[in-house]
Design a protein around this ligand. Structure first.
Ligand SMILES: C[S@@+](CC[C@H](N)C(=O)[O-])C[C@H]1O[C@@H](n2cnc3c(N)ncnc32)[C@H](O)[C@@H]1O
Length: 291
């Protein structure tokens, strides 16, 4: 996203330390994701504005806000809005608050450190609830959807985005090692996710309807970037492959591990210059209203 551009040169995302056990920096991944998806998010928030019609969108709740990708897109789209950004991760909220201050919107962001899965904290009535790549983290998403239903004003909107798997960057045959390396990394990562994130890839429209929502808009946000990639997309590829190196390498074959190491050696020189490096990512998005 344009407003985050200047962070990357000096690795700002790392300063607030968000190293996960598997050794990748989620803050950095979210900032890169924001840059790669900015135009798609702008189109999606445009659709929210259309569906909101004449009704003002002022009170916004961002569930699992992370670094604020959604919050900032919504602040831009709805000039009268104030966003309550809820996250369990204080480092994320600190990052979001500092970004808001730098961009002169500190008075329009209310960080709230809370577990949205344990009953929504007291936010007051909302015109719009936003939940991007966060619902599958909740231990009981149906309860959270019911809470959102209760907090929305009549005619209010819920905008939800879910991604089924990480973006893909590598051609099937990269000319090193056996073809299909990235697919094998994904399969291992997906198996791990199925274990600790059982709600990932749920039938969300069905769950929305069961919670008493009418789905007004349903779309795929497709990011397809052909080579040569812009710099943030290359960094996104590097961050993702490093994540695989940390998280799944032990379960890969020795040959695949070696290929990953070759790609990532010497400041990821081979990966950064790989012909055919591209981005393919699909996420599903819905806009719903209390029926
Ligand atoms: C994949 S990130 C997505 C962040 C942001 N919405 C975006 O689209 O870039 C998921 C975020 O949800 C937060 N989260 C996970 N479980 C949560 C919970 N139970 N309550 C509030 N936040 C939660 C995480 O800390 C993380 O910041």
């Amino acid at each position: 996203m344009a407003h985050e551009h200047h962070h990357h040169g000096h690795g700002h995302g790392r300063h607030h330390g968000h190293e996960h056990g598997d050794g990748y920096d989620l803050t950095e991944m979210l900032l890169l994701d924001a840059e790669v998806t900015a135009t798609h998010l702008a189109a999606f928030t445009g659709r929210i504005a259309e569906l909101a019609g004449e009704a003002a969108v002022r009170r916004v709740v961002d569930l699992g806000s992370g670094t604020g990708t959604g919050a900032f897109a919504l602040l831009r789209r709805f000039p009268g809005a104030v966003v309550t950004a809820i996250d369990t991760d204080e480092g994320m909220l600190r990052h979001l608050t500092e970004s808001a201050a730098r961009h002169g919107v500190a008075d329009r962001v209310r960080p709230l450190h809370a577990d949205a899965g344990g009953g929504l904290p007291e936010t007051g009535e909302a015109d719009l609830v936003w939940a991007s790549s966060s619902m599958h983290h909740m231990s009981d998403p149906d309860r959270v959807l019911a809470d959102i239903h209760a907090v929305l004003r009549p005619g209010g909107l819920l905008a939800m985005i879910e991604m089924e798997s990480m973006p893909r960057f590598l051609p099937d045959d990269i000319g090193i090692g056996a073809p299909g390396l990235e697919a094998r990394c994904h399969a291992l990562a997906d198996a791990a996710k199925a274990e600790h994130l059982p709600h990932m890839g749920s039938d969300w429209p069905a769950r929305l309807r069961a919670a008493g929502f009418t789905v007004l808009d349903s779309r795929d946000l497709v990011v397809d970037l052909a080579p040569p990639l812009p710099a943030p997309a290359v960094r996104y590829a590097v961050a993702t492959l490093k994540r695989f190196r940390a998280a799944v390498a032990e379960r890969l074959s020795a040959e695949d591990r070696e290929t990953l190491d070759t790609l990532l050696a010497k400041d990821e020189h081979v990966l950064r210059h790989l012909p055919g490096l591209s981005v393919h990512s699909t996420r599903s998005a819905w806009i719903a209203t209390p029926a």
